[in-house]
Structures are given as C-alpha cells and as structure tokens.
Design a protein around this ligand. Structure first.
Ligand code: TNX
Length: 518
C-alpha cells in the first residue's frame, strides 16, 4: 500500500501520539513524501558512491561530508545519484527518489539538487547518517518564496568568520537562501573601506558595553572588538555561494552611525552635541546622524563601493531605520545646508540621503535594500524594503508597488524574549514563542521574508544559538511553505526529531522546557 506522510506523522488514531516521527517524515522545512512501505528500503553504506556530473561536484562534496561518507568507495553498493532535470519547475524545485539500490537527487537547477541533498541529510539519523534505512518513496519540494532569509547583527556584537561559516551551514540545512549581515551600527563598524582606515582602527573597538535592559541597565568595562578583513569577507561570499546562499551586506546610513563618527567626527553635525570619541556603549536609538554634506555623501558612496567590490549580492543594504531628525533641525550648519539644498524641513533630509545612496547602488548595477522607515518619505525607484514594523509596513510597500521582504517583529525578531518566565535572559520586546514564530503569515505579493537577530544582548555564540533556535527552524518552514500556517501541533510533533539534528550540530538551542541560557 502507498501511504502519504499526512497519514503517518502521528495523527492516525491508534498510533502513539507522542512518538516523534522518524527523520524521513520529520524534515524541517517539511518535505512531503509518498512512501511505498512494501518495497525494500535503501540502506546507506559508508562506501556508497555519489555520482554527479562536473557541474554538481561541489554539492556532491558537501553531501559526502554531511553524510559522513569517507574512505573507500564500494562501486557495487547502493548509490546516490545527483542530476538536473529542467522539467521539474522553478529553479529550487527538487525530488528525492528512493529505491533499494539508489537515491536519486534531482533539481530543476543545481540549486534544487543542493536542496535535495540537504533534505537527504535530514532524512537520515541525526546522530550519524551511515546505516540509516530509508523507505522507498518519493519526496518532492518547492519553495513558496524566493527570499528566505536570516539577518545577523554583527555590529553590536562581532562574530568571527568561523561562526559565520557555521551559521551558513545551519541556514543551508533549513533551505534558507539569504544571510543578511548587518555590518555597521552605533556600537561597531565591521568591514574595511579603502580610504577610511580609522573605521576599523577606531570604529571596530569599544571599551565598555551596556549590560541589562531597561531602567536597571548599567555600562560595564570590557573590550569588545573585531572586524572582517576584505579577504575574509570574500571567503565567506564563496563559502555561502557553494551552499546556494546569498550573502547580503548592509551598511547603516544616515543614522546608527556613531561608530563611524567616532572614527571621522567631521562627517557628523559637529556644531551640536558632545564630541564623539568612541563607538556607543549603550543600546537604543542613538540621536547622532550624518551631516547633510558632500563629504558625508562621499563617505556613504565609498562604503557602498567597498561592499559592491566584495559581495556579489544583487542587493546592498543601506540602512534607513530609526533616523531621528532632531540633530538636523537643531544644528545651525545643517539648517544652513538644507536651505542651500532647497529642503524645507529636517524630515526631508533622510529622503535626500536615501535618493543619493539608492542611485549610487543602482549605478553599481545592484538594488538597494532599506528598512521600512524610508516609506515615510519619497521612495526612489530601485529600492527593496525590509518591512519590520508589522503588517502595516508590508501593506504600505505593497500598496505603492515597492518590492518588499516581510520581517514583522512580532513573528521574526529573534532577540525578543521567548516567554514570560522571569529567568528568560534579557527580556527584550514582547515574548515571541515558537508558536508565535510558526504563526508567521506574509501577505500575498511579498518577495519573501526573513528573521532578524539583533545582538545587543547576545554577546556570545551560545547566546545567539539560544535566541535563534529553534524559532528560526519554525520560520524557515513557514518561508518554505508560504500560505496560511499549517497546524502548529503537527510541527511540534516533528520538532523533537529536529532538535536532535540541532543537538548533533552542537547548537545551544533553547530547550522547549524553558530557559537554560549559557
Ligand atoms: C530596532 S529593526 C532596530 C535595531 C534594534 C532592534 C532591537 C531595526 C531596523 N532597527 O537597531 O537592534 O530594534 O529589537
């Protein structure tokens, strides 16, 4: 008899409801299958050959490593075959076809073959793929959205390149295809810009950091520093590309710039406020912004150029969020300059910057990515919006025909606390539970979605793991599936199997039973 997954994931009366399904029926994102329970299964041997044409050699290598295939190949053993079949549909569409003597991984394009390979790894035992018995059947997948992303803020707390590679592996395992790196903010500047050496000499180091959140927060001494060299970033771009992930860089302009102003104070409004001598040690919305000068524009262009030279991403982030206009209104020099530029009020300064930076990104053959605050002004052509302030922001972009990525904070802000429990570490924002993440529902017409991990209160890799997982697993499934959220109970039945995968990968995820932060 042929049974489908829908019948056997635990919902069938008479089955042990609490038994988590086996790995091949517990993929995350869920990949539906038609299983032939009568046919003999495939058993993965350590010597299994992996057959792949030259164009798929990179994926074959990654797959061999993921499955733990090493040493001698047994040419007569049941094998794994990688192939492209353009008939399959959109690029990322794939199939995994299993019989006793072969597993066939077919993609509509090489990217689809890679998704199939990641699915095959999930179908095997998390603790070690060798010797897994996979029932005969056909698994078939295709994503709902072209942009399935995760953003990591490496400005508030730097993460070394090795940690980024590890994160890329985890995203790839979840079929995510964008890693957005938030590379600059008030508290740190993390990439090199030719002609502006002090950005990384001064802007990448601070000597103290806010500890805690809210009225009881204190600032405590302790050096925090780090930045990526250009060579490191090029290496990351390549590593990501091999895993069919686009690394999307972002520089924050014209607000969230205190680290840059610490390095080059003359780019700011120097006739107002205290002199800036170091990156910000506090968290929150910082009042300091770029001055509306030619020098500030040239600086922004240089930063964008540096990103375009290093990253091959079609999208370049230019920031745009939380820009307070007060400084422009109160600085006599800025007011004078606004008069020269014909800007009637301080709130017209941000759109002036935006237009300039968007045009510059476009002159480099890329598309600018900006936070939804830019919708408050005139939005030039050639912008893609990151809508973080909920359904209203997504609807506004859609109404104006501007391409938009949904990242509604209530569903995807992974810095938000995970429950009401008093021992939940650093209680930022309203609680976002795993059920809340799984409830993500993007409106029709968006280009995709992403989860954002801001790291003000996440100083270590373990804390980032704790914030991200397993909520990011839930979001990855929602971005793959699209439409209305499926039954969260069904997801929760698969989750224990998925947690074993995270465990095997050494992820310090948050236990479902509650906080045990590192
Ligand atoms: C708002 S979302 C910010 C970030 C903070 C975050 C904290 C966005 C574009 N800006 O600068 O880190 O809230 O949740």
């Amino acid at each position: 008899p042929v049974v489908t997954d829908g019948d056997v994931t635990g919902a069938t009366p008479g089955r042990a409801l609490r038994m988590p399904p086996p790995p091949h029926r517990a993929t995350v994102p869920f990949i539906d299958a038609v299983i032939d329970a009568q046919a003999p299964p495939f058993v993965l041997g350590a010597g299994a050959p992996v057959d792949a044409p030259e164009a798929l050699a990179g994926t074959a290598t990654i797959l061999r490593e993921a499955l733990g295939l090493g040493g001698d190949v047994d040419p007569d053993a049941p094998r794994i075959v990688l192939r492209v079949d353009e008939e399959l549909g959109a690029e990322e569409s794939f199939r995994v076809d299993v019989t006793a003597d072969r597993v066939e991984l077919t993609g509509a394009a090489p990217v689809g073959v890679f998704r199939a390979a990641m699915t095959l790894r999930q179908m095997c035992a998390p603790e070690g793929a060798i010797a897994t018995r996979i029932p005969a059947g056909a698994w078939r997948g295709a994503p709902a959205y072209g942009w399935r992303g995760a953003m990591l803020d490496v400005a508030r707390h730097f993460r070394p390149a090795d940690d980024i590679r590890r994160l890329i592996d985890l995203l790839a395992a979840h079929h995510l295809n964008v890693l957005h790196l938030h590379l600059t903010d008030d508290q740190g500047w993390r990439f090199e810009v030719p002609g502006y050496p002090r950005l990384t000499d001064i802007g990448a180091r601070r000597d103290a950091t806010q500890v805690g959140h809210g009225p009881l927060a204190t600032v405590e001494a302790g050096v925090h520093e780090g930045h990526y060299t250009t060579a490191e970033l090029r290496g990351l771009v390549e590593y990501a590309a091999e895993r069919f992930i686009t690394l999307v860089p972002e520089v924050e302009l014209p607000g969230h710039v205190q680290a840059a102003l610490a390095a080059y104070p003359e780019l700011g409004n120097t006739d107002i406020g205290d002199p800036i001598t170091a990156p910000w040690e506090r968290f929150g919305v910082n009042p300091r912004v770029l001055a509306p000068t030619e020098d500030a524009l040239a600086f922004g262009r240089a930063a964008i150029d540096s990103l375009c030279d290093v990253f091959d991403s079609p999208w370049i982030g230019i920031g745009g969020d939380e820009v307070p206009v007060d400084e422009w209104a109160q600085s006599p020099a800025a007011v004078e300059r606004m008069r020269e530029l014909g800007l009637a009020a301080a709130h017209e300064v941000q759109p002036w910057f935006t237009r300039h930076f968007v045009d510059h990104v476009r002159s480099r053959g890329r598309t600018a990515l900006a936070w939804d605050e830019v919708l408050e002004g005139v939005v030039p052509d050639g912008v893609r919006i990151l809508a973080w302030r909920g359904p209203v922001a997504m609807a506004e972009a859609l109404r104006r025909g501007i391409p938009v990525i949904g990242c509604p904070d209530m569903n995807v802000y992974l810095d938000y606390r995970q429950s009401e429990a008093t021992d939940e570490p650093v209680p930022v924002g309203p609680p976002l539970t795993i059920e809340g993440a799984y409830a993500l529902r993007l409106p029709d017409g968006v280009a995709g979605g992403q989860a954002n991990t801001w790291t003000e209160h996440l100083p270590t890799r373990d804390r980032v793991d704790f914030a991200m997982f397993p909520r990011l697993s839930a979001i990855a499934e929602r971005l793959w599936a699209g439409g209305e959220p499926a039954d969260v109970e069904e997801f929760l039945r698969r989750l224990p199997t998925h947690l074993r995968r995270l465990e095997a990968a050494g992820v310090q995820y948050r236990q479902l039973s509650g906080p045990t932060p590192a």
